[in-house]
Design a protein around this ligand. Structure first.
Ligand code: UDP
Length: 313
């Protein structure tokens, strides 16, 4: 199609990446999806394989690769993203954040494309400022178990800004907060799939630590829409995209029990090392400069997510 814009997206078969592919195709873009299936899944993109505007390439973007033809947007979304996954793949996580970011930036530079990298609230580490504003530099343990993810993403942000300053690549950095919804990996160890699975199976819900630690959960469609708003803006970021509605893990467990109708008990397990005590995005920049804010309430998004898990377990 003449004038059709094309997007190359790494991690496009992942949980969030596959929703981004859906949204881009629905808006008329041509999508080239790269994934090596470390944590991405064929099932997440199976419904797209017959779309003439969708091309899948099995590719580890930490390794060199070439893309033929015109590219307008490069989105680097590939990375293991749950603590269980990145602890299982520590080296791959560091490489996709470092070499992967470099390779994707080179692609954007060669093609004169807009570049976006999905960074994370983990760059704030165990934050001493609450809620977290983009101007906060964070409190990260550089050698702790989570550092493979946190430092890889911090490196990715630094490399992105280095390319912006040195080569004038038109870049965007988004900091994603906890996101949930259909297509989350049931066994990625995160609190949302764990609690939903446990509730559906009538198992006790495993609360880590005292359960007073907080997170703020954003529904995947809100998240994907916010990321696209940033991509199509002129805002370099970093911009927090997340839902500022904050819950502690005991409150969250009770909501999952209420919505599933399960009678499970809560059992307390040790808190993982360096688990952040609190997390909540300040989204003033997203509101004011992108005109974005999340729309889906936790209970509404969880109903959709629970229904999806019931069908897919
Ligand atoms: N968590 C929990 N029970 C679980 C899994 C996680 O209480 O079965 C807690 C975890 O310790 C953390 C929060 O839930 O405080 C969110 O963990 P998750 O792995 O979903 O994401 P994170 O925000 O830590 O990257």
């Amino acid at each position: 199609m003449a004038g059709q814009k094309s997007v190359v997206i790494s991690g496009g078969a992942g949980f969030l990446g596959s929703h981004m592919c859906d949204m881009l195709l629905a808006r008329g873009y041509r999508v080239v999806c790269l994934d090596n299936f470390i944590t991405g899944k064929k099932a997440n993109i199976a419904h797209l394989l017959k779309d003439k505007n969708f091309l899948f390439m099995k590719q580890d973007v930490s390794q060199p690769f070439r893309i033929a033809g015109k590219v307008d947007y490069v989105m680097h979304c590939a990375s293991p993203a749950s603590p269980v996954d990145y602890l299982e793949h520590p080296i791959e996580t560091m490489l996709v954040g470092s070499h992967g970011t470099h390779n994707m930036l080179e692609l954007a530079k060669r093609k004169k494309a807009v570049f976006l990298v999905t960074s994370t609230s983990e760059v704030y580490g165990d934050p001493l400022v609450h809620p977290q504003k983009e101007s906060y530099w964070g409190n990260v343990n550089p050698i702790g178990p989570r550092s493979v993810y946190d430092e890889a993403k911090r490196y990715a942000e630094a490399m992105t800004f280095a390319y912006r300053r040195t080569f004038k690549v038109d870049t965007r950095v988004v900091r994603i907060f906890n996101t949930y919804g259909p297509r989350m990996n049931i066994n990625d160890g995160r609190v949302v799939p764990n609690f939903i699975y446990q509730a559906i199976k009538g198992l006790p819900l495993t609360v880590y630590g005292d359960g007073k630690q907080t997170r703020s959960f954003c529904y995947v469609e809100d998240e994907a829409e916010g990321i696209l708003k940033l991509l199509f803006s002129k805002e370099p970021g970093p911009v927090n995209i997340g839902n500022p509605h904050e819950f502690n893990m005991i409150e969250f467990a009770r909501i999952v029990l209420e919505l599933t109708g399960a009678k499970s008990k809560l059992v307390y397990k040790p808190l993982p090392e360096d688990d952040p005590r609190q997390r909540k995005p300040d989204i003033t920049i997203a509101r004011e400069r992108l005109g974005w804010e999340p729309k889906v309430l936790l209970r509404e998004g969880l109903v959709q997510t629970i229904a999806w898990f019931r069908e897919n377990i």
